[in-house]
Ligand binder design. Structure first.
Ligand SMILES: NC(=O)c1ccc[n+]([C@@H]2O[C@H](COP(=O)([O-])OP(=O)(O)OC[C@H]3O[C@@H](n4cnc5c(N)ncnc54)[C@H](OP(=O)(O)O)[C@@H]3O)[C@@H](O)[C@H]2O)c1
Length: 305
């Protein structure tokens, strides 16, 4: 299939991408909407009239962000709901309280490179559990609401870190391998791409399309365990630019009927045969492999049940 190219690029902002698109009938959830890229993603969508729910683990922080978005966009349809992706009971509670169609789900929340191995209550490695498994449970739980939207999209936030590690099927939770913070992050971000591949295969007949995005290098709280963003200044993005690819994949008519793909800098990325030394872009073939995607889905279903 030909690679998707748009008129947007590295420097495009989320506001430029959404310009002219009316979202007044669109209901959207943004996970991790109280920090970094999530705030600007939610703000930009609200600016175009969408009803936006910030799904956050810190409701107090979420309320402050929601008030600010309402004020700066003049859109009162901004809600806050509690969601802790590392706690499957919390995910179930969030899903149980959702009502009505869901047009767009942006699986944006994430953590990166926890210095020590941390496990969830179930014993799952924390980055895999938060970045992938919690979002898997959330999306599968919300599937029926996506299906009633008559055309829904899910955005799965990945990263250039997909090129650091495949999903380590034989040792997902570092029970045997020595824990490496960025290998665990890379694994989780590869899993986020594989999710887009298999979810699209399963759900496209219901009008649900799922794509993965790399937002680029943006200084946010994400780098709190790594001493800040190390990317050279000329390759960094502002937060508005960082939100652009998520917003493009979520709402652009250019991507209608497109799923199971990986985007960065507002365009579909190329696959690479080895990890580039400078992380300048691309997606590893194992992250788009349909057999890996189907295998991960089956395992994830077991892990959340
Ligand atoms: N910034 C970059 O350079 C970059 C590059 C590639 C990919 N990404 C991806 O972009 C996404 C957004 O990152 P960001 O840079 O905006 O980072 P951020 O500012 O740290 O925001 C991450 C958000 O995720 C939330 N979160 C973390 N654990 C959670 C949990 N268990 N349950 C619910 N929410 C949780 C955080 O909540 P708290 O505020 O409560 O901690 C925060 O709101 C992530 O998926 C990240 O992997 C970012």
């Amino acid at each position: 299939m030909p690679q998707i190219k748009t008129t947007f690029g590295f420097h495009s902002t989320a506001e430029e991408v959404v310009n002219g698109i009316d979202l007044s009938e669109t209901r959207i959830i943004v996970t991790g909407g109280s920090s970094g890229i999530g705030i600007e993603t939610a703000r930009t969508l609200a600016l175009s009239g969408a009803e936006v729910t910030l799904a956050v683990r810190n409701v107090e922080a979420g309320n402050i962000v929601a008030a600010n978005i309402k004020e700066t966009t003049s859109n009162p349809k901004v809600a806050v709901a509690h969601l802790d992706l590392a706690d499957l009971a919390s995910v179930r509670e969030f899903v149980g309280s959702w009502r009505g169609p869901l047009h767009i789900l942006i699986n944006n929340a994430g953590i990166m490179a926890l210095p020590e191995l941390v496990r969830t209550r179930e014993g799952y490695e924390m980055q895999f559990a938060t970045n992938f498994l919690g979002h898997f449970a959330l999306t599968v739980g919300l599937h029926r609401f996506l299906a009633t939207a008559n055309g829904a999209r899910v955005v799965s936030l990945s990263s250039s870190a997909n090129m650091i590690a495949p999903v380590i099927f034989d040792d997902l939770h570092f029970n045997f391998l020595p824990y490496e913070p960025f290998v665990a992050y890379g694994q989780s971000k590869t899993a986020n791409v594989l999710f887009a591949v298999e979810a699209t295969r399963r759900w496209m007949d219901e009008g649900i399309f799922v794509n993965a995005v790399n937002p680029g290098a943006i200084a946010t709280n994400l780098q709190k365990h790594t001493g800040g963003l190390k990317t050279p200044p000329e390759r960094r993005k502002t937060i508005q630019q960082g939100a652009a690819t998520s917003v493009l994949v979520a709402v652009s008519p250019l991507l209608a009927g497109i799923g199971g793909r990986y985007f960065e800098d507002c365009n579909e990325a190329s696959t690479v045969s080895q990890r580039p030394s400078d992380f300048r872009g691309g997606v590893a073939p194992y992250a788009l492999n349909p057999d890996n995607a189907a295998r991960l889905w089956t395992i994830a279903q077991t892990l959340i049940s």
